[in-house]
Write a protein of this length. Structure first.
Length: 121
């Protein structure tokens, strides 16, 4: 899976925070503090579409962009990619499990129990 560059991540954060698809102008306005050119944001969104991070649909003469997956899905994929880089996934998972806080451990335990109940592995 490809990772996001800094500007791509900022653009995705804008899209993830919005409930509906956005046109380029909306994204430019949301990133106003960065003083980016319209064409720069358009290029970033086009690149994100080619990478599969966003989907786009034509609305009149403008493209509307929306995330292809949630922020949580993206982070989970990053975690799986990181696990695939180790020679010992079990050791890495055990180390991770020992490092999480008690509330985080509860979330993991609950998610594992729900996954088993639903027949997922």
């Amino acid at each position: 899976m490809s990772t996001l560059g800094e500007l791509e991540r900022a653009t995705m954060d804008v899209l993830w925070d919005r409930a509906e698809p956005m046109v380029v102008r909306d994204v430019v306005d949301a990133l106003a503090d960065r003083d980016l050119a319209y064409t720069t944001v358009m290029t970033v969104l086009t690149r994100l579409a080619k990478k599969g991070f966003v989907r786009r649909e034509l609305d009149g003469r403008a493209w509307r962009y929306a995330p292809s997956a949630t922020r949580e899905d993206y982070v989970a994929r990053l975690m799986f990619d990181a696990l695939s880089q180790t020679g010992d996934r079990q050791a890495a998972l055990a180390h991770f499990a020992r490092a999480v806080s008690e509330p985080e451990a509860e979330v993991l335990s609950q998610a594992l129990a729900e996954g088993r109940e639903g027949g997922q592995r």
